[in-house]
Design a protein around this ligand. Structure first.
Ligand code: SF4
Ligand code: SF4
Length: 410
């Protein structure tokens, strides 16, 4: 990444830097018009020492909705229609009766409770169950995405200290180097909202634009994206600039140039999908759609070649069985890709060799989804300082956290 006009995060917890993977003061939400989406069927978790004693004193029946303990937290279920504590269908009884500070910590921190961590880094991202907006500085609405305010709230809830509620980060470079690049990306994206398009913001950070563009063109050809209608870039640019830091964290195991390629391919795929219906375009829609395609993008932009069953090059490998592919054309292509990667061929090249020109796009996507999900899980498991995204966080409900990462060229 070329631009180094940046600074490290200003926030630290337990001597670890705390990085906010979204621009400061540009996200906003409006509970009064939302209908309490986050309080309907997702459960919540409460800290056993901070808020639980007071809650059980005031609402003793709550004890019967407990599901499990996770570290110092207890998880509770609620109904699909609404939380047992949702007053009049729109406001929280706890907040109404006991005050905001007595709300379960995960509810209080929502929607900025999507936390990822490694031994020496904490990353905060938004949770897109909440229909967050992109706030214009002159809109007159209060900004609720202030890093300083969110940090204070997180400190008070105790969530930062609770590793059982964090996604696990997979980073293959020194933390300082990784973080420096991510801060640069976030700051450039922040500066460019409303001023510059997403595509040039991202490619401008790459120290090898030719390789960057070539790699994206190859991936687009293989996915057929080069032949598809796309939503005009100007409709998505500001949304993507706001989301890019969070998307980049999803590719944290890739080197910076891989992360930049992944972001560029993300734009291409999302603009194609949203050409189906641009009425659905929103930060929330883009973030949720990204979740569904992130493993494909990872597959196309990573260069990992280590694979299970290295010694066994038969198509009937464990990897292939796990993919559970029924269609012979898709299974054959998957077998070829796996065999080529086992032989050290980078995934994009392997895909180009394995996918026959006549394969329909829908079959390609099924293949890419299966390979992307399976291989990303495997590659993450192989990374020493990491593991695959935790499932425990999802078990705690969205009020706990969910999804969920360019560097100067050295
Ligand atoms: S989903 Fe977001 S906007 Fe809706 S009630 Fe929850 S925090 Fe407020
Ligand atoms: S804020 Fe939490 S406890 Fe309160 S109603 Fe919503 S889900 Fe229930």
């Amino acid at each position: 990444m070329k631009n180094t006009n940046s600074s490290f995060p200003h926030f630290f917890f337990d001597s670890k830097p705390v990085y906010f993977a979204f621009p400061d003061n540009v996200l906003d939400y409006d509970c009064s018009s939302c209908g309490a989406k986050c309080c309907r069927g997702h459960g919540f978790a409460a800290s056993m020492d901070r808020e639980l004693p007071g809650l059980l004193t005031r609402f003793p029946e709550l004890a019967y909705t407990a599901i499990r303990h996770s570290g110092n937290w207890t998880q509770f279920f609620n109904l699909p229609g609404n939380c047992f504590l949702l007053d009049g269908g729109h406001s929280c009884s706890i907040e109404n009766q006991l005050g905001k500070t007595m709300k379960p910590g995960v509810c209080r921190a929502f929607p900025f409770n999507n936390i990822s961590s490694s031994d020496n880094l904490l990353i905060i991202a938004p949770h897109f169950l909440c229909p967050l907006n992109l706030t214009q500085n002159n809109s007159g609405l209060s900004h609720k995405g202030s890093h300083a305010e969110i940090f204070q709230e997180l400190l008070e809830t105790g969530i930062l200290a609770n590793h059982s509620m964090h996604n696990k980060l997979c980073i293959n470079e020194p933390i300082d180097s990784f973080l420096n690049k991510e801060v640069i990306l976030r700051d450039i994206c922040t500066q460019n909202i409303g001023h510059q398009n997403f595509s040039s913001s991202i490619s401008g950070l790459s120290c090898d634009k030719t390789a960057h563009n070539l790699s994206i063109s190859r991936a687009e050809r293989l996915m057929g994206l080069d032949r598809c209608k796309k939503l005009p870039a100007e409709m998505t640019d500001d949304f993507l600039l706001a989301l890019a830091p969070m998307f980049s964290i999803s590719f944290s195991d890739l080197p910076v140039l891989g992360r930049l390629k992944a972001l560029a391919l993300t734009e291409s795929l999302l603009r194609t999908i949203f050409a189906l219906n641009n009425n659905t375009l929103s930060l929330q829609g883009l973030a949720i759609t990204f979740d569904h395609v992130a493993s494909i993008i990872h597959l196309f932009t990573c260069e990992h070649t280590q694979l299970p069953d290295r010694a066994n090059t038969s198509p009937n490998t464990t990897s292939l069985k796990l993919l559970n592919l029924k269609d012979p054309q898709i299974s054959m292509a998957a077998a070829i890709v796996i065999r080529l990667i086992q032989r050290g061929v980078p995934p994009l090249e392997a895909l180009e060799e394995a996918v026959p020109p006549e394969m329909p796009i829908v079959n390609r996507m099924v293949l890419f989804q299966a390979l992307g999900r399976h291989l990303k899980r495997y590659w993450h498991e192989q990374t020493e300082s990491v593991s695959s995204p935790t499932t425990e966080i999802h078990n705690l409900g969205p009020h706990a956290s969910s999804i969920l990462p360019v560097p100067p060229c050295d």
